[in-house]
Design a protein around this ligand. Structure first.
Ligand SMILES: Cc1ncc(COP(=O)(O)O)c(C=O)c1O
Length: 389
């Protein structure tokens, strides 16, 4: 008997090691990884600089309780805040914990500063994915909750893209709107910048907080540090995780001072969150992502990938209906079953990830080279050809 709780359907592949953009199977076969542990290993595998920084910190101190000063955490918080709208960072270990923190902070803000007991409803959208804890699940609609015989009050679930519905649904009970600037699991569905801006306006007019969930689309994946930075607006709270530690578990909830000041000692916490080892790796990731020309390279190579993918889609319209997304969070909207595509791509030694809406997600390392981009296109083209015949 396999003693792992059966929560994942697993392929038969067993990887023994990775290097750069490649994973190596126990058979010795080499796979180009366009899944990166679902947008986690954004700087590839066995990165020498990250390995060195991890080793250095591992020989000094792994874990320290948050009741002590943690300079590595302070540094990471100040660097993340300097890179975006935020003034405070709360560190945790996963995306779902970052989302839980965001819900708590939003509700507490109105409870404490506005003395409002009714302003606690969180609005979210169909197709969204915010994690698997009860609170994060509640933001994904009642259907998912029902399967656990659970209901959590004060969540409202709306159709993605229906601005008029959002407008009419916001009322005096609404505390926050939570949205992914680009839905990952939902099928790489981008919220156009004019929509993000319209949602911000609506929130401002109604004294509602705006939470961006950038757990998947953030940390450089779109060609800017955060996906919302392609627009002209800012959230009040933002959740990030996945790529911060390039595989070392770390998540964060970032807030403005206005909102974060509603939290006080004991209002939230984490045993492991923000420990020296995780934060040292996070700082090393930022060293690389903030190096000169890093993002111009991301944009150049991802634009080439998009152009080349569109050519493949044009040549194989029966297989690929169109390409979605931005930077290195791309989706192939399929005209065949997306799972069949993922399986066939694997036979061509490229790893991809399926998403809802019959989409195949491409989430390569964001430091992908031009030649790896060409290799991926060859493999995707072969996959389409094989699926056609
Ligand atoms: C947008 C988004 N939010 C939250 C989560 C949950 O993150 P985790 O699996 O680290 O709890 C995910 C995971 O895929 C995600 O894509």
């Amino acid at each position: 008997m396999n003693n792992i709780l059966p929560t994942y359907p697993r392929s038969e592949l067993t990887f023994t090691h990775g290097e750069g953009s490649y994973l190596y199977e126990k058979s010795g076969e080499k796979y180009l990884d366009f899944g990166t542990g679902i947008a986690v290993n954004s700087l590839g595998y066995s990165h020498p600089y990250l390995n060195q920084k991890l080793r250095e910190q591992s020989e000094k101190l792994w874990h320290l309780s948050n009741v002590y000063q943690i300079p590595e955490q302070e540094l990471l918080a100040s660097r993340l805040c300097n890179l975006c709208f935020a003034d405070y960072a709360f560190f945790c270990n996963s995306g779902t914990e970052a989302v839980e923190a965001s819900i708590k902070i939003a509700r507490r803000y109105f409870h404490k500063t506005k003395k409002s007991k009714v302003k606690k409803e969180i609005i979210s959208f169909s197709g969204s994915f915010h994690g698997r804890t009860i609170g994060a699940l509640a933001a994904q609609g009642p259907e998912k909750m029902e399967t656990f015989n659970t209901a959590v009050n004060d969540f409202k679930f709306l159709e993605f893209g229906d601005h008029e519905l959002l407008k009419s649904s916001i009322n005096e009970n609404t505390a926050a709107v939570i949205i992914e600037p680009i839905q990952g699991e939902g099928g790489v569905r981008e919220v156009p910048t004019f929509c993000l801006e319209a949602i911000r306006k609506l929130c401002d007019e109604n004294e509602v907080l705006l939470i961006f969930d950038e757990v998947q689309c953030g940390m450089g994946r779109t060609g800017k540090m955060f996906a919302y930075q392609w627009s002209n607006i800012e959230p009040d709270i933002m959740t990030i995780a996945k790529a911060i530690g390039n595989g070392f578990p770390i998540g964060a909830c970032l807030t403005s001072k206005k909102v974060g000041d509603a939290m006080e000692f004991g209002s939230h916490g984490s045993t492991f969150g923000g420990n020296p080892l995780a934060c040292s790796v996070g700082n090393a990731v930022l060293d690389l992502m903030t190096s000169p020309k890093f993002f111009s390279e991301v944009v150049t190579v991802s634009e080439k990938l998009l152009l080349d993918l569109n050519k493949v889609a044009n040549d194989y319209p029966d297989i690929i209906e169109g390409i979605r997304g931005k930077g290195f969070i791309l989706g192939l909207k399929c005209n065949i079953n997306n799972e069949d595509f993922v399986k066939q791509a694997r036979k061509n030694f490229i790893l991809t990830v399926k998403a809802s809406d019959n989409v195949v997600r491409l989430l390569p390392p964001i430091n992908l080279s031009n030649s790896e981009c060409d290799e991926a296109i060859d493999k995707i083209r072969s996959t389409c050809k094989e699926l056609t015949s």
